[in-house]
Ligand binder design. Structure first.
Ligand code: IMP
Length: 214
């Protein structure tokens, strides 16, 4: 496991919601961050069939373009009644014909698929968010960190916080959705804490412990 010794990281993302979350998580650690989107780097095509493959693709592209250590996140929602869909294709389910993304439409698509599968009872609507972080050094070395958050899909969507599928995801043990939580509540973690709530904060905790000794 390699430690991060530098002062600056490029966040390999063009997703504003993810960027805001990762900035919030990384902020207290005193690392300077710049994002691939802010630098105007092209978004590499995600052709992988695993979260790890796509996370590596994004981190490789940002690290090679900048010469910096890159941190990427590939994530999605895995729905049990849909045999794991949308999974690595979560962002694709939101894609409209003009190339823009509409997560209201994507949440509706998941709901329609659950109705078709007759998944109406809460216990038939189990799902997990997955986040795989990839830290990639300019010499090609990579470290991966995976976080998962278990919960249930609710309908109709609730809350306006967060991004993507947050308004339909109720983590186990809570009566509110991620969309009804503040960013701090959704992470449920700050450096040094024993437990984290969101998939991204869980992966981030592993990253901080492994690469930063926190
Ligand atoms: P990708 O990692 O760029 O392939 O995109 C993953 C997609 O999963 C995002 O566009 C979101 O729709 C969804 N997603 C990942 N993490 C979260 C989250 O924390 N909340 C809500 N949606 C998420």
């Amino acid at each position: 496991m390699r430690k991060f010794e530098g002062e600056k990281i490029v966040l390999a993302t063009h997703n504003a919601g993810k960027l805001e979350e990762i900035r919030g998580l990384i902020g207290p650690l005193g690392i300077e961050v710049v994002s691939a989107g802010e630098l105007g780097l092209p978004e590499p095509p995600e052709n992988g069939v695993t979260f790890e493959e796509n996370a590596a693709t994004k981190a490789d592209a940002a690290s090679m373009a900048t010469g910096l250590v890159a941190l990427s996140d590939d994530s999605g929602i895995v729905v049990d009644a849909l045999d794991g869909a949308p999974g690595v294709y979560t962002a694709d389910w939101a894609e409209k014909e003009d190339g823009s993304r509409d997560f209201g439409m994507a949440m509706q698509k998941v709901e329609d698929a659950l109705s078709e599968a007759n998944a109406t009872e809460p216990e038939q609507r189990t799902a997990r968010f997955v986040s795989v972080l990839c830290m990639r050094w300019p010499d090609g070395h990579r470290e991966y960190f995976r976080g998962e958050a278990e919960g249930q899909l609710i309908w109709p969507p609730r809350g306006t916080s967060g991004f993507g599928y947050d308004p339909v995801f109720k983590p186990n043990g809570y009566d509110v959705t991620f969309g009804e939580m503040t960013a701090e509540e959704k992470h449920g973690w700050k450096p040094g804490d024993e437990h984290a709530l969101s998939h991204r904060a869980r992966a981030f905790k592993l990253f901080a412990e492994t690469c930063l000794d926190l």
